[in-house]
Design a binder for this molecule. Structure first.
Ligand SMILES: Nc1ncnc2c1ncn2[C@@H]1O[C@H](COP(=O)(O)OP(=O)(O)OP(=O)(O)O)[C@@H](O)[C@H]1O
Ligand SMILES: [Mg+2]
Length: 470
């Protein structure tokens, strides 16, 4: 293939992709400028190709030109957000990545790939405004109704498992310090409970506790939410403090920190090191005093290896680390949690407190809980809400995924310790007790449920010394 043909192919290729592509030679003269880029910047390809980038984009100051940095100093820029005016005065916001290109060690040009995020920017701004309105309204409503938002403290955290207690005592000791904390734990293990307890049981308790889930928002919006925005920063920007300023003197919980872009992670690191922030588009350095609690749902080692979490940020945050074990690794806590959660939800639904049958508890203990304590709580909450004055929470009231439920129908021969007869008698006893509990000791109804004759049931109750008064 000769050079012309090769160029034809490259030309066709860059014209069919959605991202804007701009290629210059070592002197900064435009070689390629694709349709996507032309559409984005509302200028024609001819106005750029063959011209130096200074002439094509007079609105970009040389000190901020990533093309200049790439062609002149061989510097790469990754995902940089830029707001600038195109040749025809249209303000656009893009994220750009610019790379120098070398041939045999000699710079031969630079490539820029850009994505138009102007609409995302103005949308973010709109959302910020709406959030502000919502916040004000919520404050007013709360003030009117004096609604207390649930604030968790350490005494709300239930668990006596040895490993769990170690984490809890480490957290209690950390509450009064200013050190950053990273909480690691699968979904539903109680990371929010720990984060709030660190705040509300520490010396910052009278200052604000703010939380932000980093996975919930796109980068450009998250940046504005965290650091605030300044008038003129981008089209329609308003002066607005970010969470760092709002949480001043208090604690900021950054949930799922690994969902934050690498770029924003490095900005966050700088803020933590220098202890001041600058609003997006602003020029003033604002000192901040905020304790950071960050959470991750997976092992930080894996997240670092997968390039989702910056190693330097992790080390900066990891001054205190709390690893909350998943529920399946602290099954000895299930009984305690179950009783506490039954009481909690009976209270909530205005029911008298319920007991739990042995079989139901066994079923709960045998489940693996991918959703951890939150899932256990949901199962119990559902059972309590559906109970109609029942005094006992029975197995049939539990709504767990059937495939995961380990009931008596899945018997492993290794479990049969005292011989088959004894094992079957145990099961028979359990089933009879359960039926009697279900029918408040009514033998006729229990026999019906078990599909046996009333006399047979009475005979078995005598044999196993089971009383009808359960
Ligand atoms: N040790 C615990 N004692 C009592 N309740 C708990 C405990 N752990 C979790 N819970 C309950 O489970 C719910 C979920 O916990 P939390 O919101 O803290 O989980 P999380 O780890 O932050 O999960 P995610 O990663 O999904 O945000 C809580 O609202 C609380 O009711
Ligand atoms: Mg959480």
């Amino acid at each position: 293939m000769n050079k012309e043909e090769y160029i034809e192919i490259i030309d066709a290729l860059i014209n069919i992709i959605d991202e804007g592509v701009y290629v210059v030679d070592d002197k900064g003269k435009g070689l390629f400028y694709n349709d996507a880029m032309a559409k984005m910047e509302k200028i024609s390809v001819d106005e750029v190709v063959g011209k130096s980038f200074h002439k094509a984009f007079p609105g970009v100051p040389i000190s901020e030109s990533t093309m200049f940095k790439a062609t002149r100093f061989g510097q790469s820029t990754l995902n940089l957000e830029q707001t600038y005016k195109s040749l025809h005065g249209r303000t656009i916001t893009t994220t750009n990545s610019t790379f120098p290109v070398y041939h045999e060690g000699r710079p031969v040009g630079a490539i820029e790939v850009a994505k138009d995020i102007t609409h995302i920017r103005s949308l973010s701004n709109r959302i910020l405004e709406l959030e502000e309105i919502k916040e004000k309204e919520t404050e007013q409503v709360q003030e009117k109704q004096k609604v207390a938002i649930k604030k968790y403290v350490f005494s709300d955290i239930i668990g006596e498992n040895v490993d769990f207690l170690k984490v809890l005592s480490k957290a209690r000791r950390a509450a009064n310090s200013d050190a950053s904390v990273i909480i690691m734990g699968e979904t539903g293990t109680g990371k929010e409970l720990f984060a709030q307890s660190l705040h509300y049981c520490g010396k910052r308790k009278n200052k604000p506790f703010m939380a932000q889930n980093c996975a919930a928002l796109p980068e450009s919006l998250l940046e504005g939410i965290l650091f605030g925005t300044s008038k003129g920063g981008f089209t329609g920007a308003i002066d607005r403090p970010g969470l760092f300023e709002q949480a001043d003197g208090g604690t900021l919980l950054l949930d799922e920190i690994s969902a934050m872009s690498y770029n924003l992670q490095s900005k966050l690191l700088r803020v933590l090191q220098e202890e001041y922030i600058r609003r997006v588009g602003g020029e003033k350095d604002i000192p901040i005093d905020v304790r950071i609690v960050a959470t991750v749902n997976e092992s930080p080692k894996t997240l670092i290896e997968e390039g989702l979490l910056r190693k330097d940020l992790f080390y900066r945050l990891n001054i205190v680390s709390l690893l909350i074990p998943p529920l399946r690794k602290r099954k000895d806590d299930i009984e305690l949690l179950t009783h506490a959660l039954i009481d909690k939800h009976c209270d909530r639904f205005g029911h008298v407190s319920m007991l739990i049958s042995e079989r139901a508890l066994k079923t709960l203990e045998n489940y693996s809980y991918p959703g951890n304590v939150r899932e256990l709580e949901n199962i119990i909450m559902q059972a309590v809400s559906l109970s109609e004055g029942d005094k006992v929470l029975n197995e049939h009231m539990l709504s767990m995924p059937v495939t995961e439920m380990e009931t008596y129908s899945h018997i492993n021969s290794a479990e049969i310790i005292g011989g088959l007869d004894e094992y079957l008698s145990q099961i028979e006893k359990e089933l009879i007790r359960e039926a009697l509990v279900n029918h408040s000791g009514n033998v006729t109804k229990s026999a019906e449920e078990l599909s046996i004759k009333r006399q047979t049931l009475q005979h078995k109750m005598k044999k196993y010394k089971i009383s009808a008064k359960i």
